[in-house]
Design a protein around this ligand. Structure first.
Ligand code: PEP
Ligand code: MG
Length: 678
């Protein structure tokens, strides 16, 4: 037996997707593989078992392997864990998937203080306003005691029900892909994975061997495991209990040959109210019949919330229990922006909400229809709206969404989750493919942004106590000349195939820029290729504060508001409890953005924003008012961001931005923007 100690670096811990990657990899070895985390032990080949460890970010685990290929298994599995198991560590978009929906996820899952009478409070989970009649969505429970009395010859075997469930989930996944919801469809891929889980199936077989009826054994095993998951301290992992119950119900109904348990929705559109919804229910909602939903259970990071955001359905979760007493058919206003449900509102409130709902629906429809139009303000100021991408497939998608270019190509996807670094040739092929796909549109290629918190097995770094403040980004590349050379040469060679620019992350002083530029020039001369523009990310406060010293040394700035906010406010960008405070509209962050834009313009250079703030509707007027020239946003946000720019007047935004700089808190800025836009 061999073992190794590791620390989980994934921001959301060993959640469903990394657990699935881990279990699949572990299944490729004959050796038994187990993981010890505190008092708990898991079979590494069982996704469910790995989930029940509740291993969050920073958890120390011991990986053990025993069997004939134990050494190989230990190396391969530990390398994959270190590389993030398919998660791009530190919150960057996973390579193979579409970017996350644009909406910032609300932080706390706690309902707020009671509101005025007739208003039920919950937590905002997906934006938008929906007005309509309340409809209670109640899934009929299966009474197993009663069914057990019936003759059993018509029932399916567990194996057959599992196979049918797998086929249904594959079809659901494909349907989501057809609706351009491929990334969200992956949720059902994870469901499918549960059907093969060795621990789950062993649990059922043990009960059947002890004499229990198969359907009851299945249900009891699902309940046990789901309760175990629900009891985990980590809210995201606990949320996976919903997924397991959803899969459990699907298989049980197939076994018992019961009709699909979807509730028949009325023909006319309704606002769905329920204690809980399963991801399958949410995925199946026809948006012409369901205007939005409000539920008692669930959290803003649950799969239900992710699906609602992807489908554009306003949603409120974690609502007060009184929701279940709302009279069926009563008129309700569901507000997915502030997390409330108003029941039987006064005529004036209803009128306002109906107008907001109309505006919301119309603006979304128009934005898509007019995605090809440029983002020019009412008074003629042009703002480039580009996409943040992480793969060639994303580039294709960005062109479809009419992005003006790529404001941020995160190259990490080429480097993570592998045993050796990609060579110059491999990188060249990928960058060339992206350059060709984007044609004349500019593509900003960010050099490798990994480091202490995004470790890769082939770069040996000393463990750091504070990886966010350690050897990462440009600091790492300058210390790894061979790695940096391969990447720079690959970009320089690919640049003539399109319009590539180079950007360095985590720059904190002029010296780093000079060093990197000297290398770029050296390789360019060696290759005999034309010069390319070179810019830096402004994401460390020192870079913003010294923007006027940096501006003459670069061709452009791109503000990484995710990190700039983290370093300015001293709030870990992935901290679950502090998420609400990690707000880039904090006046301190805005002042740094303003200084950067101003300094760049003084030297005739451009400033872009490529962090999440660039797609926050409340931030867009302020950023443009501060002089930001380009917003680089997640691909699905491109049409709506363009549309919002077209609705603004630069002449109004400049004074608005100046007033925002005078505010004391991010909330004050948000209130100011709200008053300004109402
Ligand atoms: C940022 O920090 O805002 C940014 C865009 O870079 P990343 O999220 O990849 O760190
Ligand atoms: Mg960053």
């Amino acid at each position: 037996m061999q073992q190794v100690e590791l620390v989980i670096q994934n921001h959301t811990g060993l959640h469903a997707r990394p657990a699935k990657v881990l279990a699949n990899l572990a299944k490729q070895f004959r050796a038994d593989l187990s993981i010890q985390c505190g008092e708990k032990r898991a079979n590494a080949k069982s996704m469910l078992s790995v989930l029940t460890l509740g291993a969050g970010c920073g958890s120390r685990i011991t990986l053990q392997a025993s069997g004939e290929d134990e050494a190989d298994a230990l190396i391969r599995v530990s390398e994959a864990i270190i590389a993030g198991l398919g998660d791009v560590l530190e919150g960057a978009a996973p390579a193979a998937e579409a970017p996350a929906p644009p909406v910032p996820v609300p932080a706390a899952a706690e309902p707020q203080a009671p509101a005025e009478p007739g208003v039920i409070r919950g937590v905002a989970a997906a934006p938008g306003i929906a007005v309509g009649p309340a409809f209670h969505y109640r899934v009929a429970e299966v009474d197993l005691d009663q069914i057990e009395q019936r003759p059993r010859d018509g029932f399916l075997s567990l194996e057959q029900a599992l196979a049918d469930a797998r086929a249904q989930l594959d079809e659901l996944n494909r349907k989501m892909e057809r609706q351009k919801l491929g990334a969200e469809g992956a949720i059902f891929g994870a469901h499918s994975e549960l059907l093969d889980d060795p621990e789950l199936l062993e649990g059922v077989r043990a009960k059947v061997a002890a004499g229990q009826w198969q359907a009851k054994a299945w249900q009891a095993t699902i309940d046990e495991r789901a309760n175990m998951l629900a009891g985990l301290a980590d809210a995201i992992l606990a949320g996976r209990a919903d997924d397991l119950r959803d899969v459990g119900r699907r298989v049980l109904r197939l076994m018992l040959k019961l009709e699909d348990n979807q509730v028949a929705l009325p023909e006319t559109p309704v606002v769905v109210l329920a204690r809980e919804l399963s991801p399958s229910d949410t995925a199946s909602f026809d948006t012409s019949r369901v205007l939005g939903f409000c539920i008692v259970n669930g959290g803003p990071t649950s799969h239900i919330a992710i699906l609602a955001r992807a489908k554009g359905l306003p949603a409120v979760v974690a609502a007060d229990e009184s929701l279940l007493e709302v009279a069926a058919g009563a008129t309700v206003i569901l507000n997915g922006n502030d997390g409330t449900l108003a029941v039987d509102p006064a005529p004036a409130a209803l009128d306002r909400a109906l107008r907001s709902q109309d505006r919301f629906l119309e603006s979304r429809r128009l934005a898509k229809e007019q995605a090809a139009l440029p983002a020019v303000t009412l008074d003629g100021h042009h703002v480039d709206v580009t996409a943040n991408i992480g793969s060639l497939a994303n580039a294709v998608e960005a062109v479809k969404m009419c992005a003006d270019g790529v404001g941020l190509l995160r190259t990490e996807f080429l480097f993570l989750d592998r045993a050796t670094a990609p060579g110059e040739e491999e990188q060249y092929e990928v960058y060339r493919g992206i350059a060709e796909t984007m044609g004349t549109r500019p593509v900003i290629v960010r050099t490798l942004d990994i480091g202490g918190d995004k470790p890769v097995p082939y770069i040996r770094l000393r463990p750091e106590e504070n990886p966010f403040l350690g050897v990462r980004g440009i600091r790492l590349c300058l210390g790894q000349p061979a790695l940096f050379r391969d990447q720079l040469r690959a970009i320089l060679r690919a640049a003539p195939a399109g319009n590539l620019k180079i950007m360095m992350p985590m720059v904190s002083d002029v010296q780093e820029v000079r060093q990197a530029r000297a290398l770029i020039e050296q390789y360019r001369l060696e290759l005999g290729v034309p010069p390319v523009q070179v810019g830096i990310m402004v994401e460390v406060p020192s870079a913003a504060l010294l923007a006027e010293r940096l501006a003459p040394e670069v061709d452009f700035f791109s503000i990484g508001t995710n990190d700039l906010t983290q370093y300015t406010l001293a709030i870990d960008r992935g901290h679950p409890e502090l998420a609400k405070k990690h707000d880039g509209l904090h006046p301190a962050v805005l002042r740094l953005i303003g200084m950067t834009a101003e300094a760049s313009h003084r030297f005739g250079k451009r400033t872009d924003v490529c962090g999440e703030l660039g797609s926050d509707p409340a931030a867009i007027p302020v950023l443009i008012g501060l002089g930001v020239d380009e917003l680089s946003v997640s691909i699905p946000s491109v049409p709506t961001v363009k549309a919002q720019v077209r609705s603004l007047n630069l002449a109004d935004l400049k004074p608005l931005a100046q007033r925002a700089l005078e505010c004391a808190t991010a909330q004050e800025v948000r209130d100011l923007v709200k008053t300004h836009t109402n």
